[in-house]
Write a protein that binds this ligand. Sequence first.
Ligand code: ADE
Length: 250
Amino acid sequence: MKQFERLAAFTANKMLAFRMKIDVLTIFPEFFKEVFDFGIIRRARLAEIVEINIHDLRSFTTDKHQKTDDRPFGGGDGMVMKCEPIFSAIEQIVGTCERENYPSGTKVVLLSPQGKPLKQAVAREFADGAKHLILICGRYEGVDERVNDALVTDEISIGDYVLSGGEPAAVVLTDAIVRLLPNALGSKTSAVNDSFTENLLDYPHYTQPRDFRGMEVPEVLLGGNHAEIERWRKAKALEKTMKIRKDLLK
Ligand code: ADE
């Protein structure tokens, strides 16, 4: 990071302490090498709104082969992620493996297709209520259930499909939360008008040129009548939601 970049971001943000800390547990730390180094997340890190640390689960193993998975009891396909490295990691990062003794605002999140579906309201709850998130990226056929039983406070799914691991889901969850943290979007933007905030999809946006290959920007947006523009945007958002996400309106 360049010195001036750090200074500029720091000056822009008057909050001195990190607002949120996110620790990610993964067997593929390389996956995260650059993914948090762009746009809003990068800015939020530079401005010390969020601190993100990636931990290699193998570094919490004690055996020679650094085994993080093993065959399932009872037989069956695939491998199951072992509980020991995950317990050790939580013990080291949180200070305890006893869920009832986690410091307030600590959330240990397991990313898995079995979890509660991630919605804007869920991201908002984490952004408003959590100070320290530990994201466990599951792999293979699953994670030893004792991790869920003893450590996890929230199991989250990013959708009804199966990824080969929780890593992309951890990125999605982190992004959805960090942009909601105070000052993360900067003064010019706000999350208030985001899609889903009012259970509606976003309205259409246009910029220059006014006429592109015969496709013109709607007249109403050019007139400067803000009340009329507001009405048009609301109507368009509703129309789009009705057309493709009727379920949101229920
Ligand atoms: N791991 C695998 N599939 C997932 C999903 N849909 N959401 C979160 N974590 C996952």
